[in-house]
Design a protein around this ligand. Structure first.
Ligand code: CO6
Length: 534
């Protein structure tokens, strides 16, 4: 039963909301006074307060079936100050009409247990709206923007910049209005949500669906509708001031999607194939390759200690774990001469569709076709290596040199994509990677990896498997080298080396060699790939 306090707040009384469970005859008895969390100092009088106040309470809403919020005043002498936050109790009470929600750092996937706080976008006392950015955190694999789930006032930040925050632990306390119906019964924990693009085929849990914010100008109401319809606002063209997405824009977009009509988003000619699959792999504008800063010599003068954090810390963990896998290597060289010539044409064609086309899309697509012949290479094993899971989707990871270090985003469902779509998705990932904006969805769920070290230099490499995957390929630089042709004449050939690493517990050398031969045959005779292209 919810009612207004019959007591006016006095210096000796603290107005609170209690949540009673009439059946269990118990209640939550935490409150906040002047932003300081309090804990009730006495157990037994609670029910008598409840009894006294019960008759004056007017029932309005139920927070949880069987539980009823109720406002009363309790003498301050009955409370003790509690500076230590109680992480296991997400709901607290504050001044009448408000309550404090502990906003927990959500699980951001791939077993990530901790992140480093990179930047706060809010301070204590700031008012936030739903989906406003709260902070940027860095996991071992990507930067993630955490957004608010509520409208309210930030009451407490639990970490400083560069602190390590733990998944499932409070990130901030937000004071919300008791009328805020978004703090419904189903939201027992104020889990923070992260931004990103939903992955096709992924199970999207209510409250865990992620939405892009930050650069997108719109209102919480529009974001809420987008969330309900699982729409990525990056796909919606805003017609408001400065590109703000208006409610009408979103509703029109939903209508168009329902009727199958595509939005007029770009004046760039788009491939019919790409257009029909636009939701799976939108074609970004032509992007320049990320430029690396020139290497500058560093003279320290004296020794310098530095704590390993963020990506590096994660690399320590993941590589230590990875090196427990018994690796074996297999290398070969590939004559890329035909493909080098063909790529010139493909590049020009892709460019007409606004897509930058390097060799990578061909490497990736050829790998996917070869994987369908050797599914064990697209599998994963459990921790104890007792079970193999053959993965239906070819989510091919690409080791990427980004502003944040080496990250391995993956192109999802390559088996369903055309070469142009693979290229478009790779462009998108590269563009995000170059500005450190890859999202959790982009970097999770990989099933097989290719590392093109040749775009930097080098020939052979010993790549480390990314668990739970079981194989990885390192690709060397394409070089013009002398080789013998079929007639025994020395000719100029474009040669590229590949170095495979595989988990020797479940893969043998012959399987790896056969897979490599097939992949090689597609690259050496690209025409043979045509039969398998989708
Ligand atoms: N040879 C020759 N030329 C190449 C090659 C090779 N292997 N790869 C790319 N290129 C060309 C490419 O075609 C582009 O040329 P144009 O199209 O004519 O402009 C140009 O180099 C730049 O390509 P870019 O790197 O922008 O794009 P690409 O799609 O080939 O690669 C990428 C995408 C994400 C792989 C790349 O940008 C990147 O980050 N590469 C570095 C990956 C890396 O750091 N790997 C090391 C991981 S650690 O493997 C490891 C075992 C250890 C050593």
């Amino acid at each position: 039963m919810l009612g207004k306090s019959t007591h006016a707040p006095t210096p000796t009384h603290v107005p609170v909301h209690l949540i009673f469970n009439a059946t269990q005859r118990s209640c939550l008895i935490e409150a906040t006074w002047k932003s300081v969390p309090l804990i009730y100092n006495s157990a037994s009088p609670v029910m008598s307060y409840w009894a006294r106040q019960h008759s004056s309470c007017k029932r309005q809403t139920q927070v949880v079936p069987g539980w009823h919020p109720c406002s009363i005043c309790i003498p301050r002498s009955k409370w003790v100050l509690s500076r230590k936050h109680r992480a296991d109790r997400p709901f607290h009470t504050t001044a009448v009409g408000h309550r404090l929600v502990s906003f927990l750092l959500a699980d951001i996937g791939e077993g990530i247990k901790e992140v480093v706080i990179k930047e706060w976008f809010v301070s204590e006392g700031d008012t936030v709206a739903q989906f406003d950015s709260i902070c940027e955190v860095q996991s071992d694999k990507a930067s993630v923007t955490i957004t608010s789930r509520y409208d309210g006032v930030i009451r407490k930040l639990f970490y400083d910049v560069d602190d390590t925050a733990f998944v499932g632990k409070p990130l901030v306390d937000i004071e919300v209005s008791k009328e805020d119906d978004s703090v419904g019964a189903e939201v027992q924990e104020g889990e923070a949500i992260s931004v990103g693009r939903p992955v096709e085929g992924a199970v999207i849990e209510p409250g865990n669906f992620t939405l892009p914010t930050g650069k997108i100008l719109t209102t919480p109401a529009v974001r809420r509708i987008a969330m309900e319809y699982k729409i990525d606002l990056y796909d919606v063209q805003g017609t408001g001031k400065d590109g703000r997405i208006l409610k009408e824009d979103l509703l029109q977009y939903i209508e168009r999607k329902k009727s199958g009509v595509k939005a007029p988003v770009s004046s760039t000619p788009t491939s019919p194939t790409v257009a029909t699959r636009q939701t799976a792999a939108p074609t970004p504008a032509l992007q320049a390759p990320p430029t690396l800063p020139p290497s500058i010599p560093v003279f320290l003068g004296e020794d310098k200690d530095e704590t390993i954090t963020g990506f590096q810390k994660a690399m320590v963990r993941s590589m230590t774990h990875a090196m427990k896998i018994p690796h074996f290597g297999y290398c070969d060289e590939i004559d890329m001469t035909i493909l080098v010539n063909m790529r010139k044409e493909l590049k020009a064609m892709a460019q007409a569709h606004g897509v930058r086309f390097s060799y990578m899309p061909v490497f990736i697509k050829a790998a996917s076709i070869a994987l369908s012949h050797f599914p064990v290479l697209n599998s994963s094993v459990d921790e104890k290596c007792e079970n193999i899971k053959y993965k239906a989707s070819h989510n091919i990871g690409v080791a990427m040199d980004t502003s944040e270090g080496l990250i391995v985003p993956n192109v999802k469902g390559v088996q369903r994509l055309t070469l142009l779509e693979v290229a478009a998705e790779l462009n998108r990932l590269q563009e995000l990677g170059s500005r450190g904006a890859l999202k959790t969805q982009d970097i999770t769920g990989g099933t097989f990896t290719l590392s093109n070290i040749g775009s930097i230099g080098g020939t052979y490499a010993k790549a480390v498997i990314l668990p739970p995957e079981v194989a990885i390929g390192a690709i060397g630089k394409i070089q013009a080298l002398p080789r013998f042709d079929a007639a025994g004449n020395v000719t100029k050939a474009h040669i590229m080396q590949v170095s495979w690493s595989a988990d020797h517990r479940i893969i043998d050398g012959a399987t790896m060699a056969r897979f490599s031969n097939l992949w090689k045959s597609f690259l050496e005779n690209p025409a043979t790939m045509i039969m398998h292209l989708k």
